[in-house]
Design a protein around this ligand. Structure first.
Ligand SMILES: [Zn+2]
Length: 442
């Protein structure tokens, strides 16, 4: 009975944070205070954060000095938030064009590191980020949104997730093994799932009884379809399942809720700005207002990130769409101004002739660090042919292309070829959705 077992991991993880990363330790406490704030207090809190960020950007970032003066957000060194909506949007195009002009002059002293975005519109991007960003957006927010929905730090989670260890040769993974052990996390590789794998996954979930699960929408979809088709049963109901990275369609959610007998909740974010929102059990999305200021303008999500002073992202058009709702006190006890009708990345599973399912998101991840690609789309035409449509950003990178082909052969089979198709543009669907990957095998 897991329930009565002492969760020794929680005090251990806290102690490790206390000793090695005090900021995370302090912020976990700080969020307990922040989540109780009223609507007005949240507004005041965000105004204060915005002012500090804008002042920093004006003083230290060449690109923003001009932008903030032109929009009259800064006049004579004074911030005027009334003009905030006059600030021109930041786009991937501008980031690429401006390069170091968007870096803060003091970025070297901020323990920055490079991150590269998968981009919501299939446009890879090079970014630099503060250690503070990583602490808040990746560690603290994640701990928070799991506990928010009822899974405490150290309780078992099973992830139907990207196991790079299982996909890549010579992948150095000792740190990953340690972290997963510490956090009590079992990773079931969703990037490649054979029928045997999926049967094994059902057994593991029923036997280990996870408190929560993390999944990619298209992986849980394929997994649930397999379970139903083969009359298998999930006998353990986790407290909740979080779906992330790709779009959770209503039909995927309904199917997974039926198979797992628990709420399936959308968690939204991106590599540029980290985790931004999570749904509560009432299916309202809650934003992390201490790290992001979110606007919805003409159905486009626009984000200002509070946690990255090295390279401030102010009014950044993330490339995803949503409608927004009025702020209110949700039944779950937290104030929210939910994003609704979210529409983001659309990906699918690729198929092998032997029935194995390969997540095309695996290939998308391989493209994260490829600055020569402006936009892309992958189409599986046949078991042995993947077409790669690319809008180039400058010249093509032959070495990267050969490496990608190699990865495709390794994953999809020796005979699988890549057909490169350099195009001028990749059109979104009429609703503004970008389809990243398509599988034409029925
Ligand atoms: Zn709620």
């Amino acid at each position: 009975m897991n329930k009565f077992k002492f969760n020794w991991r929680k005090p251990l993880i806290y102690s490790l944070f206390y000793l090695t990363n005090r900021e995370v330790y302090n912020w976990i406490k700080e969020i307990k205070r922040l989540e109780k704030l009223s609507k007005n207090e949240i507004e005041e809190y965000q105004k204060d954060k915005l002012k500090k960020l804008l002042l920093h950007a004006w003083q230290n970032v060449p690109y923003y000095k001009d932008v903030l003066e032109q929009s009259k957000v800064v006049e004579n060194g004074i911030i005027n938030l009334n003009n905030f909506d006059k600030i021109s949007y930041l786009t991937k195009e501008i980031i690429r064009r401006e390069g170091k002009n968007i870096y803060s002059k003091d970025y070297k002293s901020r323990k920055t590191y490079a991150n590269t975005s998968g981009g919501s519109t299939g446009e890879p991007l090079q970014l630099i980020q503060d250690k503070h960003y990583n602490n808040i957006n990746y560690i603290v927010n994640k701990i928070y949104f799991q506990s928010f929905n009822g899974k405490d730090l150290g309780e078992l989670e099973i992830d139907l997730w990207a196991s790079m260890r299982d996909m890549q040769r010579n992948y150095g993974h000792y740190k990953e093994i340690f972290i997963n052990f510490l956090y009590n996390r079992i990773i079931l590789n969703s990037f490649k799932m054979s029928e045997d794998d999926m049967r094994r996954y059902v057994d593991i979930i029923n036997k280990k009884k996870p408190r929560s699960m993390w999944v990619f929408a298209e992986s849980i979809d394929a997994f649930c379809k397999f379970i139903k088709k083969n009359n298998l049963k999930i006998t353990h109901h986790p407290k909740f399942i979080l779906s992330t990275a790709t779009t959770l369609y209503p039909e995927i959610r309904a199917l997974a809720e039926e198979v797992f007998g628990c709420p399936v909740l959308n968690q939204y974010g991106s590599r540029e700005v980290g985790a931004m929102t999570v749904e509560c059990k009432y299916k309202n999305s809650h934003s992390f207002f201490w790290s992001h200021y979110i606007e919805v303008v003409n159905s486009e999500i626009v984000v200002t990130l509070f946690t990255n002073y090295s390279m401030p992202l102010i009014r950044y058009k993330i490339g995803d769409r949503a409608t927004s709702a009025e702020s209110f006190l949700c039944q779950c006890g937290h104030v929210t101004a939910p994003l609704k009708d979210m529409d983001g990345k659309v990906v699918t599973q690729f198929k092998k002739e032997n029935g194995d399912l390969i997540s095309s998101y695996y290939f998308i991840r391989l493209l994260f660090f490829q600055s020569w690609i402006k936009q892309y789309k992958l189409i599986q035409r046949d078991y042995n042919l993947i077409e790669f449509k690319i809008v180039l950003n400058g010249k093509s990178d032959e070495i990267a292309m050969r490496k990608f082909e190699d990865e495709v052969r390794y994953t999809m089979g020796e005979n699988c070829k890549v057909r490169w198709d350099f195009v001028g543009e990749i059109e979104p669907t009429p609703s503004g959705k970008y389809i990243y990957t398509v599988c034409e095998i029925k």
